[in-house]
Structure formats: structure tokens, C-alpha cells
Design a protein around this ligand. Sequence first.
Ligand code: HEM
Length: 675
Amino acid sequence: MAHVVDQTASLLMNVTGLTNSLEAGFTKDTVESFFRFSVGASLGGLLLLAFLLTWRQISWWREPAWMKSIPMVPAPNLKAIFTGTVMEFVERGRICRTFMHADQPDLLRLNNGLAGGLFRDFVFVKDAKVAREIMEEPNTCKPDRGYRAFRRLTGYKGSPDFLSSHSHKDELYARTRVKAYEILMKRTIDHYDDLFVGNVTEFIARIGTEGKFKVVDEMHLIATSLITRIAFNEISESADKDLFQSAVWIINDMIARIANCSMTFLDFIPTPRNFELWAKQKLLIDTIETMIAHKRKAIAAGIPGDDIISHLCQDAKNSDRDLLGVLSIFFFAGFDTTSNTMSMILYHLANNPDIQEKARKDVFEVIGTDNAPKLSKIFHMKYLLAVIKETLRMFPTVPMVTREVTETHADGVCPRYKEETTFGVVLNFFGLHYNPKAWNKPNEFIPERWIDPSIDADRDPEQRLYCPFAIGKRACLGRQFAYIEMLTVVSMILQKYRIMPSKDGPPEIKIHEGGTLVVDHAMELALEPYVPGQVPAALTRASAPLNEPEYTTTEVARHHTLSDLWMILDGGVYDVTKFANGEKGGHPGGFEVLVAYGGTDGTADFDFISHSKFARRLMSRYRIGKVKDSHNLLVKEDQEKHILGEDIVRGRKRTTMAMAEGTWAEPPPMRNFKA
Ligand code: HEM
């Protein structure tokens, strides 16, 4: 080997003429060793690549036949071969709308890349029966690799925490989870009237002063403030701000540079972006460490607090490092999810005045027009609860979780997992919540479905799995807290204000998809003091004409250019050529987005981006018929990556790849390999 390297190095030296560099003052030894090193490193790299490819091939051969038959999403580019299609599509912010949507097969395979996941592909599951089985396994585990991302919050300086613990039997997890949960709930009950409602009252008074409010930013602030006060008993504004700012920054960065989560070494390369990351991590760590130090001091002085940190500090087994991991995730999990969900609840209420009125009526009946809510009463607001549940169905803030399968599922869709052939399983909550086998009109916001069981009665209950908080042993620890927070904040807003779309805000809201769903912070709503009896006229969706022409998806697919542009929305066919060319002011998001979906079904995105009623009415002008068949299209996009807060990038190329017609029960393997 050394001989080959030497020979190649001297050949290259002659070819490149770099032997002349000897004349430039370098010693022969220096130049030779430089070349030897470069050639050795390149050969090493090639060998590693060959090893990875061979190993990958071997692992394909060893796969059971059922696994091979799962449709594979092809890697769109060379980078995706290395980092994996999961990473690629998460990074593009399209994973839910493109691959997790209800139209996709119940089992879909995305690969985990050569460099990222090393050989194990992910199976995205949206079959309710299988998803239920897997989450309810008594020994359910979370794959280490996927959850390592969260340790990025503390720059890997904290121990594994609730979220990234592999098994619920892990010592630190077992020691801290139950304790943290009990204290969170105890403090919520003990301090609901003073701390909780008091805080929300101040917040309500503040947001109404300007008539409109930046929903996402405000919701972040109230959620942060509630979790720090209730869980940590910290009322320092600067602690809130530091925790909030650094956690938000790191989470956004996580979404924007998702590949870093599996290739953690990328975080340690000194680049300007990483310097910023380190600064934010330091801010987060410093704030949490300061809190821990305060609590430890109070304990030493004999006046221990009743909050989570104080209780965990009193257990001698918990080091500061342990607490750093536990608390950072606690804070992250406790504000980002609820603030985004509350933003979406308010968005739906603003755009559905009739639903808003019903929810307000519910609030007035249960807690009154002006009274502060009581914890014993808030869960009696059945309609408001239904609004929250329906929002979480359509907008599962955590759209997917991953699990390792530890049990045999003989009659499941995934018939058998063994230790050595266990695949990463992604449970696709997004797809489950939009599954037409389970829900009637899954793309419509219908809170009544949570009150009137007849609405979904003709759907298959076996296929109905609603799990925004996951189920099983690793389900959300903050579920009750989240409901209490959302019911309290939204009911108090409804008591005081009428919520309306803002004329100044962007016409559409944008959702960013990463590991979680995030509402773009540009979203704005208008608030007006509530005056009883003033109900704005309900806007209704234009109804489709009867006996309209029918088109097949193949026919629609032919019209995909700017000069001849059709698309499918909710089973209707629309000729949007004039609109794309500027009629009625043109598409606010740019004509390119329309062209990107030309000839295809854009329902998922149209609904998901939550177009206003105005946009829906406008679209009805362009309706030319309805779809005859509805076979699935896998939309493969060439979208540049976008990060939180930036516009969806224009100029996407459109390539659609029709999946084979027919059932999804036994879809053809899409990967090019020999079984
Ligand atoms: C609407 C709000 C929320 C949603 C949709 C939500 C959703 C979820 C989901 C789906 C999981 C499972 C994650 C996984 O297995 O990968 C989870 C875990 C967790 N959540 Fe929440 N969550 C919410 C609010 C909260 C709040 C308010 C807190 C804290 C007070 C919290 C703390 C946690 C923790 C600590 C875990 C890890 C549990 C474990 O692994 O055992 N969550 N959450």
C-alpha cells in the first residue's frame, strides 16, 4: 500500500510540475510528505466510500422481502445519497407536504444516507394499526441517532434528557421524568390562580393596545413566561429573554442545518455560523446554570423551593450536567410546541368567524364574560377544547416521532423486526391526521367532529389514530400542562377581543417544516375589543357547480407551463393560467410557485399553508371541472433550502413522477436493485 502511495505521489509531482517547488525553497522531504499525505488521504477516502457502498449493498440483500417491497423515495441528488433523503427533504422544509401526506403509501421508505444514518433506512408509517402497536410496545425505545439532535441545545455538554433518552428504563430518565411531571402538575394546580392567570391577564392587557399583534412572537413570549414561572419558579425577565432567544435561535438553526444533527462534528468546525451557535449555546447554558446555582444556594440556606429545579437539585444523584440536559429540553419542549399551536388556533378562529363565535359562547357559558378562568372549569369548555383538538389534528406541531421496534408484530404491516434488522421507524402523525380512511373531509377545519361522533362514523375507526402528543410510554410529559395553557390563554383572549385577519399582515401564512412545524413569525392578526352582538358576516367557501366537466389526472398533467397552467385542489380542476400571468394582481407568492405545482395536485400545500377565505374565493373563479380519477403523485421538487423567516425560494423546477396506478397494498419497489 505504502509503495502505491509513494509511486502515485512521485508521478503526480512530476505531472503537476511541483517538483519545481523544490526550487522555491521547500525541502524535498516536505514536498514528498505533502504529496504522500494527500494521495494517502484520497485513497483512504475512496476505500471508505467503497466500504460504505459495499456494506450498504450487503444490507439491502439481507433485507426481508416485505421490506424490499416498500416504495423507496429516490435520492434527488448526490448530496442526498450521502446525507439521506430524510435529511434532504427535512432540510428543504417539505417532508410533511411531500412525503408524509395522506396520499402517500402507508409505508414509505426514505434512506438515511451513507454518512448520516449509516445503512439503516427509515420506514415512514401511517397505518394506524401499526403505529399504535409500535408506540404502545412496553419496551419502546427512541433511536439514539435521531434524538441526539436535541443535545445540540447545550452543545452536547448536558446529559441525555427526557427527550433524547434511549429507553424509559435509562437511569437518569427514570429518576427525573416522574418527579418533574408531578412537580409541574402540582405547581400548576397550586399556582393557577395567582401565577398562571395573573401572567395571562398582564399579557392580554398588553396585546390589545395596538389593535393588531404579531401572533407568533407574542405567543412565544407568553409560553416562555408561563413555563419558566410554573416549572422553574423564575420570574426574571432577563432569564426568560436569554432562554427564549437562545433556544429559538438554536432550534431555527437546527431546522436550517438539519444535516448537522446527524453529523455532529460539523458543529465543531470554526465557521462564523458556528461561532454564533456557540454563543447562543453558552447563553442558554449560563442561564440554566445560574438558575441551578441559585436553587442550590437556597437549599444550602435551608429554604428549598417547590419548583422542578429545586426538587431535582435535592436528589444527590443529579449532577449539574444531568440537570443541564433535563432542563434545556424541558424548556424547549414546553414553549415551542404550545406557542406554535396557539398561533394556529388563533389563525383558525380569525378566519372562521362562525367558529369563533361558538367558541366565545362556550367560554361565556362556562367561565363568564369577565371572570378569571378556574382550573376546575376550563375543561368544561367543550367547544373550545374541540377547536384546540382540531387545530392539533391539522397542525400536529410534532408531525413525526421515531421509535425502535422491540417487539414482534406478527400480523402488522411490518411483519417482523429483529434486533439485527431493526429499521428506524418514523411514525407519521401528519399522515395519520389527514388520513381519509379515518376522517371525513380531512382537509377541512371541523371542530364539531370532536363533539358529534356521527361526523366520522362512516370512516374506519381502526385507521383513526389521533396522537399529537404521541401515545405509549414515551408520550408527551407536558400534555395536561399544554391543554391548561392553551385553554386559559385562548379563552381569556376570546373574552376580551374579537380576532380577525389583519389587513397589514401577509395574505397567507407560511409554515416551516423541520422536526417540528413552525409558523412563520410574520403572521399578524387584528384584535378589536369584543362588543356583544357584532358578528362579522361569515365567509363561506364557494360551492362547486353540479355536472361540471371531469378530467383525468393525466389530462391535467399536460397543462403545466406558464402559458397553459392547470392544477388540482381538493378534487377540483383549476385553470390558473391567467392568474399566474398577473390577473387579479397575480399570485402573492409569485407565479413560480403555481408553475411548480402545474399539472399536479396542490391540495396538501394549499390547505397546509392555510390560504385565506379570500384566496379560496378567488380560486373558485378559475375552476373548470373536477378530477375523474385520483392516483397519487409523488412530487419531487428542486427547491432551494429555506430557513425560518425567509420566503420560500422562487424558481423551483418542477418534476413530477407518477407512482404506478392501482392500490398501494403492494407497490412496486422503486429502488434499482436486484432482489
Ligand atoms: C401543543 C403542545 C405540545 C405538543 C404537540 C407536544 C408533543 C409531544 C410529542 C409528540 C412528544 C413525543 C416526542 C417523541 O417521542 O419524540 C413529546 C414529548 C415531550 N414533551 Fe411535549 N408537546 C407539547 C407540549 C409540551 C409541554 C408544554 C411540555 C412541558 C411542560 C412538554 C414536554 C415534553 C417532554 C419533556 C417530552 C419528552 C417525553 C419523553 O420522551 O418521555 N411538551 N411532546
